[in-house]
Design a protein. Structure first.
Length: 196
């Protein structure tokens, strides 16, 4: 699954490979060194891998990001569908409590999800990190949903977040892609660095 994020200056391209309780994120962002992230919701850890430096930064996802707030997002089915990356998806809205969403990238989201697509624990990982940048909800995770498009609006009603999948494939994944490289130096991730 390949997605583009328009909320960041210059944008960012992320390619996800998901299998069972592991996910690999290959990140391509202008001005940043090449990096990929391995996330394991069973081990509750993530590893940022920098191949050029032969280094791995380890994050314990049970420790919340400093100052992060957990928001209980209310999910509502809109009753409409759309097509994103060639996949028919169902539109939901997600709204959080105003006192908790103040100062967040968005107060309200609209997501278009494809169901029965994964068993990966997106919500478990986000909860462990107290990460609410991309809204999620138990109702959607229970159905094995993956968001193909996420749009967020700030307090003034201005679009502030847009993440959209450009390619989506269901195919076998080689376990080797979900393994850490051998011989790399392992260091603790800087305080506050979480796989967002």
């Amino acid at each position: 699954m390949t997605m583009r994020m328009a909320a960041l200056p210059g944008g960012m391209k992320v390619t996800y490979v998901v299998k069972a309780d592991k996910a690999r994120l290959d990140v391509d962002m202008a001005g940043m060194p090449a990096m990929w992230v391995l996330v394991d919701t069973k081990e509750k850890k993530s590893w940022a891998v920098l191949d050029a430096q032969k280094m791995v930064m380890v994050t314990d996802t049970t420790k919340p990001a400093p100052g992060a707030k957990m928001i209980d997002w209310k999910a509502t089915r809109v009753g409409k569908t759309d097509v994103v990356a060639g996949q028919r998806c169902e539109i939901w809205t997600l709204e959080g409590e105003k006192d908790l969403t103040k100062g967040q990238p968005a107060q309200r989201y609209e997501v278009c999800v494809v169901k029965k697509a994964t068993t990966f624990g997106w919500l478990e990982l986000a909860s462990a990190q107290s990460n609410t940048h991309f809204a999620w909800a138990p109702e959607l995770e229970k159905e094995g949903a993956i968001p193909l498009r996420t749009v967020g609006w700030d307090e003034a009603g201005k679009e502030s977040v847009r993440v959209e999948v450009t390619r989506f494939e269901r195919k076998a994944v080689d376990d080797a892609r979900l393994q850490l490289p051998k011989g790399y130096r392992s260091v603790a991730a800087p305080a506050g660095l979480h796989a967002r």
